[in-house]
Design a protein around this ligand. Sequence first.
Ligand code: FAD
Length: 426
Amino acid sequence: MLKRRDFLKAAAVAAASSGALPGFIGHAAAAPAKARMHVVIVGGGFGGATTAKYLRMWGEGSVDVTLIERNPAFVSCPMSNLVIGGLKQLEDITVSYDNLKSKWGVKLITDDATAIDVAKRTVTTARHGTIGYDRLVLSPGIDFVASRIGGLEGNEERVPHAWKAGPQTALLRKQLEDMPDGGVFAMHIPRAPYRCPPGPYERACLVANYLREAKPKSKVLVLDANGEIQSKKGLFTEAFARYGALIEYVPNSALQSVDAASLTAELEFDSIKADVLNVIPPMRAGTIATAAGLPLVNDAWVDVDWLTLEAKGMPGVHVIGDALFPAPTMPKSGHMANQHGKVVAAAILNIAAGLPPNPAPVVMNTCYSFVDSKNVIHVASVHQFDAEKRQPMPVSGAGGLSAAPNEIEGKAALAWARNIWADMLA
Ligand code: FAD
């Protein structure tokens, strides 16, 4: 028999996730609840940290949660372009994992997860042995497929991506500071889908914003493998135009190879010499997910069941965040990974209580982009599970786009970052 306490908890979980009235799952047949579940999470970024906290918070401590994360602290990709543009420091975008441990009772293992055995339900780590799980949540983000660009592999110190925040962010900032006035900062954007569709265009604006003040004879050259700007197109087109000769945008510029020694970018019909070369390589789901035999779409992103976020055909293995194959128009964003984290926490707690997952989850996204030190634009969308299509679909009329860059959204963007970091980690 399902205990009343469990029912109330599960209903509250489902309601918190979906916005629906508590009790709407109350007619579900309940299976006997398991005494205590152990959930292992790999990846303490936007998706994994949120899952860890919400499993413990919504579950009121009823499930054990182990989080395996290789980095000692969380460093945010959102706002990291401000560090590259000289407007923030790395410390401003770094948050401790301490609250997850001391306040929420998450067991944190600072280590690399090196392998998963789905049959045995274990995760192997580099230094902490093998850990068993009842349910596994993978939120490893992305890894790069640098081999698709000749000369790039092994040269990330000379040709940084800065597409995972941390030392690479500081390195690219340093290279920009060392660049002479009159230099060329060339950046390459891979073909979509990639992490954070508007992020590269925000970076171009913030580098140009810095150059306008510090090195006005210089230029940002944006080599986009795509045929057009991938997000907030009209707004970024206008923002680029306002920078005049400081930004040159070149679509259909797929990079073939780089010469790291001379910082030369080879395109199909052109060869470009840069002073700073920032190549964002093609990407796929984090290696721990792609190496585990999970079903992949385009050999890159994990195919999931959208009600539980389990990898298709792999019960008990949930995949969230950038690593999954997204539903139509769903961006690879921190905000979305945070939403996935809540959906998966709710689903797991329902399963632990012997209840079905919420049948109609709703997730939303908001993404702010700085076009200079103060003015910001946003895009927002809402995605609701469609029972016929078996995946979330964009809700027409919900969400939207800024009319123009403005300072009010500049304040909202900074508040968004503080709030989402707190939602995950405070
Ligand atoms: P991550 O947040 O990357 O977390 C993955 C974690 O897993 C990492 O901490 C990694 O160390 C860990 N990990 C991976 N493999 C292992 C392993 N084997 N063992 C142990 N640990 C492992 N999104 C927004 O919503 N708004 C923005 O304004 C925004 N701006 C961005 C700007 C830039 C420059 C960039 C690059 C991204 C931006 N994003 C933004 C996108 C956002 O950062 C990602 O979508 C988000 O981080 C995805 O969350 P995730 O949990 O999937 O991956």
